[in-house]
Design a protein around this ligand. Structure first.
Ligand code: GLY
Length: 470
């Protein structure tokens, strides 16, 4: 199927069976709606305001190879276009408010890389006007230089960013022209705030990503019994999710046993499994550009040791408490405070930290073992856009939760091998539990709740893999 047709026939594609998500995309009306909202914001700024939105540049990998191309999330949110070297111009004053500048068709390149949109595809993709490079460069420059206000939405293309800055604010004086009245605006916060509140079709896509990722986590847990290396467990997740339609991972899979479970973004996933260790996997698949972000911890052997289970129970209690306060009107940071108090007190109960509970909590020594915050927004990006400190009037400037927000809740405890002050029986145990939570008008919905967290259930899944081995 032609790329343009693939992109803009999503209403049909969305009707695929729930277990297969190959090729799903959000409908063209979603992207048109997002552009309409941005155009309304441009109108509020006054006549002569245009937004220029840049696609993700291609990234070199090594000789004659590039990284698998994935569109910039802001560009995708506004256009649905998955192609590199594209620029969108949004001009509220124009009778052609959405102009899309794209690569020219090129038969010999397309024989290698697949079909390009070209101007015809760009029009089918919803543009009111389309041009192709290199000719489109002059149109872009004119649009920028004619505008009074230029809102740039460009995350990763530094050459493009510098070029637009140079057009808006050229070097030299205004003696001859008396026309240099342009203002440059960064539009990323505006789009970021739009992206923070998910629309129903986005929630549906996130649920798909989560469901695929749950299947991947279950496959990885079951594969642990057969595996001798961390890479086989990571591979079970990645193979399963790819097979179900996830073309990308939302981030590199983190899959480590024992000492490696204590490395937050452990990148290697290639060590031999220690039989008595815990396995920590933080992995999320991307479906239709939306990603899950889920972490589970399980025993390689199928049974937690006494110490592993004690730390697991503590993290689970902290996570339950933090999830319980995911409701409209509660502060985003509230869950963190509750979880850290539970973890701090629990570390004293287990003898890992010593002293009076209130004093230990106040002193903050627990942070040596908790290491990180417990929540971020989730959506097109694993660390999705939107401010955490915005709501006017809220105490401490903390953002209040609102329906449509999606966030992770992910406390952890990590007792590294070099924690010499801790009894050796605790060393090399890292536990993190992470779920994806949608804020609803009534409270919340845990999108990943179908992936078991109760320790007995987790052990049972790993043991299924053991039985399958015989
Ligand atoms: N799950 C990876 C991260 O949140 O950084």
């Amino acid at each position: 199927m032609r790329l343009a047709a693939l992109l803009f026939a999503p209403a049909i594609l969305m009707a695929q069976p729930s277990t297969s998500h190959h090729g799903v995309r959000l409908p063209g009306s979603f992207f048109a709606g997002n552009r309409a909202r941005l155009l309304a914001e441009l109108r509020k700024l006054g006549p002569g305001t245009v937004a220029v939105v840049k696609s993700m540049p291609e990234q070199a990998r090594n000789g004659d190879s590039t990284h698998l191309y994935r569109q910039d999330s802001d560009f995708y949110y506004l256009t649905g276009v998955e192609e590199q070297e594209a620029v969108a111009i949004l001009d509220a004053d124009s009778d052609q408010p959405y102009r899309l500048l794209v690569r020219a068709r090129n038969a010999s390149r397309e024989a290698y890389d697949g079909p390009r949109l070209g101007t015809e595809g760009a029009l089918k993709a919803g543009a009111d006007h389309a041009e192709s490079f290199p000719g489109a460069e002059q149109s872009l420059k004119s649009a920028v230089q004619r505008a009074r206000r230029v809102m740039l939405i460009c995350n990763f293309d530094d050459d493009f960013r510098r070029k637009v800055i140079d057009w808006v604010l050229p070097q030299g004086s205004d003696n001859n022209h008396a026309t240099y009245q342009r203002t440059l605006l960064d539009g990323r916060n505006l789009i970021g705030e739009m992206r923070l509140i998910k629309q129903p079709v986005e929630v549906e896509m996130l649920q798909r990503a989560v469901d695929v990722s749950i299947a991947g986590h279950l496959a990885a847990m079951r594969a642990t019994a057969r595996a001798v290396n961390e890479g086989e467990v990571a591979g079970a997740f990645e193979g399963t999710t790819r097979g179900l339609g996830a073309r990308f991972l939302g981030y590199d899979t983190i899959a480590g046993a024992g000492r490696n479970s204590c490395i937050l973004h452990y990148p290697f996933n290639d060590q031999v499994l220690e039989k008595g260790a815990v396995f920590l996997m933080d992995a999320g698949a991307e479906v239709g550009y939306y990603t899950a972000d889920i972490t589970r911890t399980w025993p390689v052997s199928g049974s937690f040791s006494k110490e592993q289970r004690a730390l697991y129970d503590l993290v689970l209690k902290a996570q339950d408490a933090a999830i319980a306060v995911c409701r409209p009107g509660r502060k985003h940071h509230e869950g963190y405070d509750l979880a850290m108090r539970i973890l701090s007190d629990g570390l004293v109960d287990l003898g890992i930290l010593k002293g009076d509970k209130a004093e230990v909590y106040k002193g903050g020594t627990w942070s040596r073992f908790t290491l990180h915050g417990i929540s971020h927004w989730l959506g097109l990006d694993v660390h999705d856009t939107g401010s955490y400190h915005r709501e006017p009037g809220a105490k401490g400037g903390q953002r209040l939760l609102e329906p449509g927000m999606v966030l992770t809740v992910e406390p952890g405890l990590y007792i590294p091998k070099d924690a010499k002050e801790v009894d050796a029986k605790w060393l090399g145990i890292g536990v993190r539990l992470e779920d994806d939570i949608l804020i609803t008008p009534e409270g919340h919905r845990n999108l990943s709740e179908k992936l078991p967290r109760k320790p007995e259930a987790v052990e049972a899944i790993v043991k299924e893999g053991l039985r399958a081995k015989k």
